[in-house]
Design a protein around this ligand. Sequence first.
Ligand code: SF4
Length: 598
Amino acid sequence: MPIATTVELEPLLDRVKKPAQYLGGEHNARSKPWETAATRMALCFPDAYEIGMSNLAMNLLYELVNDQTSHLCDRCFAPLPDMADAMRDNGVQLWGWESRRRLGEFDIVGFSMSYESGNTNVLEMLDLAGIPLESKNRTDSDPIILGGGSAVTNPEPMADFFDLIAIGEGEELLLRILDLHEEFDRSTTGWRDSFLDACAHRIPGIYVPARYRPKYNEDGAFLGHSRVDPQLPAQIERQYVDINSFVGPERPVVPNTGVVHDRVAIELDRGCARACRFCQAGYLYRPVRQRRADLVEKTVESCMTTTGQSEVSLLSLNAVDYEGLDQLIDNVYDTSEEYVRVSIPSTRVETFNVDIANALQRGGKRGGSLTFAPEAATPRMREVINKEISDEDLLTTCDMAFGRGFRTIKLYFMIGQPTETLEDSEAIAHLANRVMEIGRRHHGNKAKVNVTVSTFIPKPFTPFQWHPQDRSEIIQAKQKACLEIARDRNIHLMWHDPEESHIEALLALGDRRVGRAIKGAWERGCRFDGWTEHFKPASWFEAIDAAGLDLSWYIHRQRSVEEPLPWDIVDIFVTKRMLQREYARAIEAGTSGPAPSN
Ligand code: SF4
């Protein structure tokens, strides 16, 4: 039964902040006929509308399915706590933004998982939808629950909750799942099991957790997976696509309310050849694929026409490595309306140059900001993480950027990486002071330096996956030392709560037992864990204890390079041998240059 907005939502809207976010019907939203759709899918983002609407994968998959297939793709975002309360009080179940159908009516409910702090929101959304939380409790009348995205490349912590997990890039995988679903008759008893089996056997890149069982020894150490059927693949191979085989989104949905990135986002390329040793994205999105400049320009043109936006962000892990970036930006300005402005995300210091700075400044907004990510502040630490830049590179680049009219420089650093000392972390603040001095020379009091210091999370599929995370007291000591040194009032230092970083590490490195802690945390009221105002560390720690898990064993332990890892079930086409070699080099403060081969 469709939910009638006027009857079901109106009483709720009076009780919530920013009610427009729940209404759908935005400019460019698609509303395909429900009855004639081949497969009906709800594409869900486990965070608020204002964040999900800024997510490129959401926009891209939504347009791809709706515009190029006979399937229907609706959207759904996590209701904020005030809306969740109102829904429970009024017995209203979670719905698709376009169709206003309950999620339980869809064939497939797919979650785009960009970060682990969305895990508890997946449970919250399933619960609000009246769908059983765990795969084992679902029946033929429930939708198939699918997860995909970089946060589930280690699929084990969420394995109990997803029926299917897509490993790798989603464009082709998703279409294969929807097409395969079309072959099944949902009114047949047992269709669900047959469909899951078909996915496991017929679609490379699809992991069906219920068909694989984790094994542990009597001490609780993970030993590997067994398959319920020897015909199933022993490892799930990460999938990737040719990014020149499609463009998009060309007609992105224009949000009804303010969102975190209120601009058009267009992907320049995928992958990064730099191989920084902490960086999961650098390993997960190989090989590097550059989108043709003519396709990027065509997409910019369509998006500006179809959305009326004034800013376009050219997304990339490492935009300055895009061949011909300055020319591309110039071409965009040459062919766009005068009010259009182009931005790029954080850039590498050593390859940022005058041509790119000049091209960006053509946007006419003097005094903007530029973001650089040196990640470490001493030459030794940069060797450890394999980021070969010098202080001189950074200072010269900042001098050039301030000189070209940029007034704010944003710098990203990370503390807690392998072999780091207190002096290495203090160097972050010393470097920020030096950048500030340069800024003041150019812009006086108007210059600003914003420094974000994140905490190292050992990530699967990186050379640092075996390395322990710093304990809270060490992280806090490093943060305090930085604060005492960077005292200039125009330097703004930001960092992450160490407890939040510990939970993120647990969710990144966990095995299937961690699912019990995720469920326990959600039962204790945890959701929106990435939001400082909603994060409840005490509830998380209680849930971890209640699940019988030792947090320290998961995140503060030096892992042996010999031990089986929960994510060995996934093959990302980077060998463990190469990761081990890189880890050893890091510990010796060695460096091996860009893109080491297997
Ligand atoms: S430059 Fe380094 S940190 Fe940035 S995306 Fe590439 S590998 Fe990752």
